[in-house]
Design a protein around this ligand. Sequence first.
Ligand SMILES: CCCCC/C=C\[C@@H](/C=C\CCCCCCCC(=O)O)OO
Ligand SMILES: [Fe+2]
Length: 744
Amino acid sequence: MTQQQPESSRPPVRALAFIRRLFSGEKEKPLDANLPVPPARLASTRPSQRTILRHQSEKEYALDLAPESVHDAMLPSIDPGVFDNEMLKQKLYPAIDPGNESPVQEPEGNIVEGTYLGTQTFASLFDVLGIEAALPRYRSLEQQKELYQWSAYPTNADGTPAQYPPHLQHIPQGEAVSPLRIFSAIGLVETQVLLQKITPDKDGILGRTKEWLLARAQEAAFGGAPERGVKIQDVVDYNKYHRKFGTDIAGGGNIGLLDDWFGDRRFADQQFTGTNPTTITQATPRWIAEFSAAAKAGNYDKWVAALAKADPKSLFVQDGSYFRKAVGEPDPAAVLHHQQPGSDECWTVGAVSLFQLHEDGKLHPVAICIDYKGSMDKSVTIFNRRMTPRDSTRGEKDDWPWRYAKTCAQVTDWTRHELGVHLTLAHFVEEAIIVATNRTVPMDHPVYRLLHPHWSKTLSLNAAGRSTLVPQLAVEVVGISPAQCYSFLRDAYDTYDFVGSYVPNDLRRRGFPDTQEGLSHPRYRNYAYAKNALGLWTALRAYVDAMLRIRFPDDASVAADGHVQAWAAEMRGPARMPSFPELRTRAALVDAVTMCIHIAAPFHSAVNYLQNFYQAFVAAKPPALCAAPPTTLAQLRGYAEADLVAALPINRPRQWLLAAQVPWLLSFKVEPGRSLLNYAASQWHMHKCKRDEADRQVKSASERLYQDLQRLQTVFYRNSKAMDKGSIPYMVLDPGLTAVSILI
Ligand SMILES: CCCCC/C=C\[C@@H](/C=C\CCCCCCCC(=O)O)OO
Ligand SMILES: [Fe+2]
């Protein structure tokens, strides 16, 4: 398909100019705005795939649902394929990734036939799937075990703590995926320039200096480094005109474009449909008692009365009280801060936020303990002046103490979300599953075949996360030291409850209904993540159940399967995940396999693809505070705008750029060929014409999955629409947008 992009969908001229100048050696000549845009890339030209691609209607959803103000300000969106074209990659590749690309290996003929896929071979399976071109050749289990070796955990051989949770020591030869096949080429260059990985003497990019490249990257990304501002409005205005081109599902829009981006409503909504909708939890009696005491101590009389009257079930918390324990800091009162050599000092906080969920579904922030130091009477806790979501919003903009407290809560959530939920509980937990499965389950086993399509790119991506993202980038923007950062990651892994995190279990343990019927109460109208995640869980579980029924008709067949038993033992032992279940029954196996797919697809998509929308406008959700937090309530009550400005990286251009670049780089919209919906359609298509009983069962299971996912597209659209008027659309779990694997 060849298409000329309409005027309105062309990228900002500045970004194109940068790319062209970078490769042409031109100086500052302005670029012709009518430069033809290369055709967008298609995943495949097969007729069957084209049919599949027709279902990608997410763009209309986004436009239909986006609040007016986001629409108006959105930059024209552009297909990332424009920047990923082969010419660009070939030019970039030798400069930034010499000799690291592993050639794509075509599957070979010596493949053992599947036991339940009838005559299907690996080659044809993945050829049709269009999901993983570089499928490894068939290897015996012994060979797999030899190749997939665990890293040391929890201590290295010399007794020092391991940095990262259990992971793969070396990616098998031929299976490594180059960063250029993971990230957008230009995004990678920009990031590497920002990280100063490209240096003048070895970069070889047209002899340009590091300084020149950095200036151009900043110019392309943001129109230059952020202005040194004295008012929040300075960065709000800056954000309107200096955003990066839209490559994500929100077309480059971000929360900073909303007039009320700082308001209670936006703050509360993010707990349900933001980039981390997975941790809001019903308040325990202990939290209610602590907040009630804090209200009394702070003379918040109306809140004392309101909390005494409130139904305890309506109170929820975001609980960052565990931060000091997680970073390995024994002193509950210790100030958490860090200064990376050559950078400015940063602080972090373990905030605890209290919310009230009203019967009409509106979530309202009640109070924020800005940094929990072992007990609330030793901490600073502020209460909202607005008692209910219906109170006037007129004073919100100038309520600086409360805005500061919400910023603290966002810093806590940034750290918990990025390092804990996203990097560890999605990326690293899935890696442990990949390694354990490869070490214990043969490639032609139904469990392996079910899981393999959900591993595409993950190992290489995670390796980049460990070698670059955390040590070079995260440590510079967060308010904890590198050692504390690694401790935080290990803590997230070590405290993970695999079974407790199954979607229905997770909703129940956090105080939400675990059925669609329960969630259909108006009280939950804004918790679209819960409804969508449960919908996908149910569809995936039915699919896994049907697929495994062929080989495992009853509990006894599960208990007797040596590979299944070895898999569970590997997860509970060497993978250090004692919460992984013992697999004695069909139900236990079906749940565990469903969970492995859930982590790789819906869960990761939910916590990954909204990063740009909620985090690129750094003032709305900064990774750290740039000034020490107040130590008394009186001090916080005296805060003015200047105090909030001092806490934000408004006058730290490098930190701002790094904090904005990562969410952009990691939010590139999923290529249609790699969506969950496309996966289901491909499976169904592949088994359409087969005649034996096993094939018929696979066909019917995948047909049902595809139809369920299609149906869910409509359901999720309705769930998004059913949220309060003016809500940010929640379409990230649309099966056509949900990635089949952790691929970014
Ligand atoms: C700043 C912390 C963000 C946490 C993001 C979590 C998960 C992430 C994992 C890996 C991404 C690796 C990015 C590396 C970029 C540089 C690559 C290079 O220079 O080779 O994925 O979403
Ligand atoms: Fe990710």
